[in-house]
Design a protein around this ligand. Sequence first.
Ligand SMILES: C[S@@+](CC[C@H](N)C(=O)[O-])C[C@H]1O[C@@H](n2cnc3c(N)ncnc32)[C@H](O)[C@@H]1O
Length: 293
Amino acid sequence: MSPATDVSEQSQKRETADLAPGILFPYYGRGDQLKAKHVGTQMASGRRLETWALGLVPVVSNATILDAGCGWGRFTWPLIEEFAIPSTKVTCLDSSLGMLETASEEAARRQHRPGYLSADMQALPFLNNCFDGAMANHVLYHLTDIEEGVRELARVVKEDGWLLATTNSDDVSVPVLEFHYAALDRLGIEYEREAQSPFSMENGEALLSSGFKEVDRSYFEDETRYPDADGFLASYKTIGRYRNLLARQDIDPDKKRQLPVLVHQQAEEVIRKRGELRSPVRMGAFVCRCPRS
Ligand SMILES: C[S@@+](CC[C@H](N)C(=O)[O-])C[C@H]1O[C@@H](n2cnc3c(N)ncnc32)[C@H](O)[C@@H]1O
């Protein structure tokens, strides 16, 4: 049902696999940057999105769970360590072999043994009704056909099973992106400012309804605080928009070097005036039940 794959063997083929259609950005070539971003982001309240979101679903011990678009395993590890799911009952699926490699290193460090699978979640290689629960956290906005991905998740979840899908809200403006775009403007670097997310807390319910009869939405609101500009810069350097820009060949290397300097300056300015830099956090989770057959 959930064939565990030898990731180290697969990773030997990574050079070509990284060019596969599922590999959207250089940022997802491996999971180190994503992990650094997640580990380095502390909420002012002390809460964590993962624990909060997993608390919304009925996780029973011995359940078989699919983590689709698992990344480095941000949600996999609390599922095993805090919600007592045996690691062998969890399947980590991602289209990026590099991500799975990072996840498998993390699993080895934590002495867990989940299954790994490199696949596109728009065409899941599983039989119908085989998982008690599935997760698609901060991933659905990457799919070329979101409804197809949702229908696939609904197909592999059992009749009384669930899907947990976390994502961001479009209804918030964060300094890290405002400073990034302001720096690009100052350097005369051309870019396309991202429009609405294809899958957000605001538009997600309709998309999930293509696969599930019941969809519940819950917001997670908090704040991150930076007392110094160096901490803010460290966080900026992990965001996908900056890392993807570094990989662009059409940008003068001098401008790439100046970008973090300008972001740092803007953060310093705010901290000098207000004593700290505060960034709102607005995201959340959908819990879906009753898959449409
Ligand atoms: C933002 S990360 C989220 C990772 C993890 N779920 C989390 O919340 O930390 C998105 C992940 O989805 C993976 N991904 C993107 N498109 C995918 C697809 N079509 N099928 C499977 N995985 C995909 C990426 O490789 C990346 O690891």
